[in-house]
Design a protein around this ligand. Structure first.
Ligand SMILES: Cc1ncc(COP(=O)(O)O)c(C=O)c1O
Length: 393
């Protein structure tokens, strides 16, 4: 356990309770530990490994790009094959007016970029966000995240951010002609995979239109096929003005992006020019991985299997200790009643060779967000482990 020892000594920690699990390698639906055991992965790097671990097409794309060149220039100056191909494929795969993509390094940076874009385009200062939302941990993303415990010690944050209640139509009148943008996770993640009502999303979109505010949808978790559509807003028959993505977009490499119409996005290129700049955004190695991931998600038929796999999870995970299951597709949150019990169950699952996690704000919910490539056999195996643990105590 030399590596784990050094991890705790030299690597900055985010909590006092990191597992410090020692990873040897990962492939498909499995992570292999240095203990010689393999662990079935129901978490997929917290929705990041869309195609499982080290998908051959993603690895091949990275290798080919690495053989050609790595970094040549900061974002936005040179035309490079993989970033261009990625932006083009995204434009082709999403409905109008989503046309152009700004590539960045992480989800949080993409959120910051989208907020800047909404303010710059509308010339307004106010942002409306949602209680219990999670948008990341830069100062900008934290400012629009709706959990006071995580924010309190880092104030002052961005001013003029107002929070409304998710799925509450009465709150929509707090979106006014002073609002630059309304930022919403299409499916609230940290809050326990809460899916909004169909009618609510349409009314939200209409209110934004009426007030001239831009609707920014954070699809960093549900995007890239996790709910059976490329982006989950497609379930609600609306299109956002700005679409934010990350996590699963990279197929296992760090990435983020925000999309909009050409007209809106242009606001970042003048007055002042360089309205958002980044050295490594659009990095060709990352873009190669992301392009390969998107192509595979679109061409493999994996999205068509999501509903059937969700149904299988719901069919198998029936137990007196399971109170309810939130979520959609392959982002499911299983309510086990208390944070302590959920943590205990997650620990015991790990001992039995299954990786599960919990939801950031709602620790009583067990997180299930496996790779889209997970097989039905693997789903059965993993669910049996959960049921065995629940039966035991
Ligand atoms: C909905 C949502 N938005 C934003 C982020 C931030 O992304 P990143 O961790 O890549 O900065 C996350 C990450 O968990 C997320 O789940």
């Amino acid at each position: 356990m030399e590596m784990q020892k050094d991890f705790f000594i030299y690597q900055a920690q985010t909590t006092k309770f990191a597992a410090g699990f020692e990873v040897e390698k990962a492939e498909g639906s499995y992570i292999f530990g240095t203990d010689g055991r393999k662990y079935l992965d129901f978490v997929a790097g917290v929705s990041a490994n869309t195609l499982g671990h080290s998908h051959p097409k993603v690895v091949q794309a990275i290798k080919e790009q690495a053989d050609r060149y790595l970094h040549v220039m900061v974002y936005g100056e040179y035309a490079q094959e993989k970033p261009v191909a990625l932006c083009r494929l995204l434009a082709e795969a999403t409905p109008p007016p989503l046309e152009v993509t700004y590539l960045v390094n992480s989800g949080a940076e993409a959120i910051d970029g989208s907020l800047k874009l909404a303010k710059r385009y509308t010339g307004r200062e106010e942002i409306v966000s949602f209680k219990n939302s999670y948008h990341g941990n830069t100062h900008g993303a934290l400012s629009v995240s709706g959990n006071e415990t995580h924010k309190r010690e880092f104030r002052p944050l961005l001013p003029m951010v107002n929070f409304i209640e998710f799925n509450n139509e009465n709150d929509l009148d707090k979106i006014t002609d002073k609002t630059a943008g309304v930022i919403m996770e299409t499916i609230q993640g940290a809050a326990g995979f809460l899916v909004p009502d169909d009618g609510y999303v349409k009314k939200l979109k209409k209110r934004c239109e009426d007030m001239g505010a831009l609707l920014i949808l954070d699809e960093i978790q549900p995007g890239f096929g996790r709910t059976g559509k490329l982006f989950s807003f497609e379930h609600f028959e609306i299109v956002p003005d700005i679409l934010v993505m990350g996590k699963g977009m990279g197929g296992g490499v760090p990435v983020g992006a925000f999309m909009s119409s050409k007209k809106i996005m242009e606001a970042l290129s003048h007055s002042p020019k360089l309205g958002h700049i980044t050295t490594f955004g659009g990095n060709p190695l990352i873009a190669a991985a992301s392009h390969a991931t998107l192509k595979e998600v679109l061409e493999s038929g994996l999205m068509d299997q999501v509903e059937e796999k969700e149904n299988l999870f719901r069919e198998l995970l029936v137990h007196p200790k399971i109170r309810n299951i939130n979520g959609k597709g392959l982002m499911l949150a299983v309510n086990l009643g208390s944070p302590e019990y959920t943590l205990d169950v997650a620990g015991q699952c790990m001992e039995k060779g299954l990786v599960v996690f919990w939801q950031l704000y709602r620790n009583e919910y067990l997180r299930i967000s496996p790779p889209l490539t997970i097989s039905k056999y693997e789903i059965r195996q993993g669910c049996q482990i959960i049921l065995d643990v629940l039966n035991k105590n």
